[in-house]
Design a protein around this ligand. Structure first.
Ligand code: MG
Length: 364
């Protein structure tokens, strides 16, 4: 029996102020709540997310392009994802299209969970009950004192791994900061660095050579995410483990990078790739290729997925930026404590936004 058909799609935008801004120009995160209603009156909640760019475009894309195409379809994410993606592909294989698609896909997965009485982790099957979390700082703009204080908070929170931003105009500043963080976290915790696409190949070689003595778990996005050719060159020039994927949007691009042998740690963002349906395919591809899987942000989704995929060593949690900490959700499907994440057994995804009457409290 096929799933009841979709009869309505509703969207709502919510902009939540970050307690710890990600920079001068990133002071909030944007969520687009998506409700998908089916013929039997059930309502699934999904969301799209974009930290800084394009929330109104994402909402309009869902309203104008995806909603009319999904109404009348079965409420089965696996059955509709590919046809929806192909239908809107002329607007781009990835980016706004896939970020928007995620809102629909997640709402359909929520409906599957609600119908079967299962949480996301239980739908997929739990391989374990908890997963370690790593402390992630969006901190390139922090003073050295602020960075040191954050590293101390990460240690106090029980994290066995931390990630720090690099890519300062003066590489000497990066060296000073990474040295300070290594001193605080000690020799045994894992220390990753994230350049957020700031370096050229030459910059990356120089910086990695200077930072490697501090012991790097991985170097994340040293180059522009689009620059596969650059990653090929870099591969032959440094020994560091390379992590990337938060800015790749389709399984085709992940396959390009994996086949080129330039990536060790694959970091799909569940929303940016278009939801759980494509994430599962990318995760299986990464596992088949022997790459480590490390989902980008979104612990409310990455956590339950990590309980299923035991190859995910840790889940990323940016300080103060879980959806719960942003005050965006009417409840949360996860708990983080003692450096570990657990996920609820409650049916569905647990991603409903705060009720509209509370929205003003978190809106600008
Ligand atoms: Mg990153």
């Amino acid at each position: 029996m096929s799933a009841p058909e979709v009869v309505a799609v509703r969207t709502r935008r919510l902009s939540a102020t970050l307690v710890r801004p990600w920079g001068q120009d990133v002071r909030e995160n944007h969520l687009i709540g998506v409700e998908v209603e089916t013929a039997d009156g059930l309502v699934g909640h999904g969301l799209s997310w974009t930290p800084s760019v394009g929330p109104s475009a994402v909402q309009a894309f869902i309203d104008d392009e995806l909603a009319p195409r999904v109404v009348g379809c079965p409420s089965d994410p696996e059955a509709v994802w590919d046809s929806l993606w192909r239908a809107v592909h002329e607007a781009g294989g990835g980016g706004i299209t896939t970020i928007a698609l995620a809102g629909i896909d997640l709402a359909l997965w929520d409906l599957t969970g609600l119908r079967t009485g299962r949480s996301l982790a239980d739908l997929l099957g739990r391989g374990r009950d908890t997963v370690p979390v790593y402390g992630s700082g969006v901190n390139l703009h922090y003073t050295l004192d602020e960075l040191a204080a954050q590293a101390q908070r990460f240690v106090a929170a029980g994290y066995d791994a931390v990630k720090v931003k690099v890519g300062s105009p003066d590489v000497g500043r990066d060296v000073e900061r990474i040295a300070a963080v290594r001193e605080i976290i000690g020799p045994h915790r894992v220390l990753m660095v994230d350049a957020n696409q700031r370096w050229s190949v030459e910059d990356a070689v120089r910086a990695i050579d200077m930072l490697a003595p501090f012991g790097l778990g991985w170097v994340e996005e040293p180059l522009l995410a689009d620059d596969l050719s650059g990653y090929r060159r870099l591969r032959g020039l440094v020994e560091a483990r390379i992590a990337l994927g938060e800015n790749l949007h389709t399984i085709h691009r992940f396959r390009d990078f994996l086949e080129a042998g330039v990536v060790d740690v694959v970091q799909p963002n569940v929303v940016r790739v278009g939801g759980i349906t494509p994430f599962l395919r990318i995760a299986e591809l990464a596992e088949a290729r022997g790459a480590e899987l490390a989902p980008h942000l979104l612990p409310e989704l990455s956590g339950p997925l990590a309980l299923h995929f035991e190859g995910i060593a840790r889940v990323e949690a940016v300080e103060g930026a879980t959806f719960d900490a942003l005050g965006a959700l009417a409840g949360t499907p996860i708990e983080i404590g003692g450096g570990r994440l657990t996920a609820s057994h409650r049916a569905g995804l647990g991603l409903a936004l705060v009720p509209a009457e509370h929205e003003r409290k978190v809106l600008r």
